[in-house]
Design a protein around this ligand. Structure first.
Ligand code: NDP
Length: 246
């Protein structure tokens, strides 16, 4: 398979990319920070999968023009793409009463509009071959989480977006599903996870721990396989059994 993953320079996206390569898939990945050490990522990819194609593209998903340019380049370099993973995401936490327009717009623009731009850009390719898989990353915050009005709204919004794509294009061989992770120790969580929230998680999560990255990557990759061909419009929660937080 040929897989496109946004935001794979670190965290869940990086792990998903490395596991995909290990399984013999080609991967086109994006990163946002221009200082990203792409050569190091490619070297690691080559170590894991010397025969697979792996190429990085700088992309800020907030900007549709950039998305269109990158999708064009990816389709030229890879010939086609079979699976699109909308993983890029940010948070800018604040209580609603003091949340700035910038904090709101940054998060909605990246997590929700960015996901839409990427899906819209790949639809012509998927429609032309009557096959394609969209997998988008939501969050436990989709049901509301204190201090994350912007993030929660973006992660709930992309479920509506994904289910709409599932309904509009299911008859054309295209599926669209969401993976909603609980708590995984990535930069995003390390930067934002207070000891109180970590304590809450360990106390209430039935598995009594945070998730391991491969546990969410595995579900993402499954949704891209032929084995998942009849899974459409769904949200799969990967959270050790804890599906709420205050
Ligand atoms: P990280 O913060 O570790 O990585 C985020 C990735 O997104 C990086 O590759 C980053 O690129 C990229 N990115 C950030 N902003 C943009 C942008 N504007 N345009 C394009 N790419 C961008 O995040 P995680 O791995 O923790 O999270 C991955 C996804 O999973 C996110 O959508 C997140 O909301 C979701 N999630 C994560 C959870 C967790 O426990 N970690 C829980 C629930 C959901 P760069 O390195 O260049 O900045």
């Amino acid at each position: 398979m040929k897989i496109f993953i946004t935001g794979a320079s670190r965290g869940i996206g990086y792990k998903t990319m490395m596991m995909a390569l290990e399984r013999g898939h080609d991967v086109a990945f994006t990163y946002n920070n221009p200082n990203t050490d792409v050569a190091k990522i490619i070297a690691e990819a080559k170590k894991i999968a010397p025969n697979q194609l792996c190429k990085g593209y700088q992309l800020n998903v907030r900007y549709n023009e950039q998305v269109l340019d990158v999708v064009d380049s990816v389709l030229m370099d890879f010939d086609t793409i079979d699976v699109v993973v909308n993983n890029a995401g940010i948070n800018r936490n604040n209580l609603a009463f003091s949340m700035t327009d910038e904090e709101w717009d940054d998060v909605i623009g990246t997590n929700l509009s960015g996901t839409f731009y990427v899906m819209r850009a790949f639809l012509p390719e998927f429609l032309s071959k009557r096959k394609g898989r969209f997998i988008s990353l939501s969050s436990i915050a989709k049901d509301g989480l204190s201090g994350q009005a912007n993030y929660a709204a973006s992660k709930a919004g992309l479920i509506g977006l994904s289910r709409t794509i599932a309904k509009e294009y299911g008859s054309k061989g295209i599926t669209s599903n969401v993976v909603a992770p609980g708590m995984f120790e990535t930069d995003m969580v390390k930067e934002n996870l207070s000891s109180a929230l970590r304590g809450f998680w360990i106390q209430h999560c039935p598995t009594k721990r945070l998730g391991h990255l491969e546990e969410v990557a595995e579900v993402i990759l499954f949704l891209g396989t032929d084995a998942a061909s009849f899974v459409n419009g769904q949200t799969i929660e990967v959270n050790g059994g804890l599906d709420w937080a205050d």
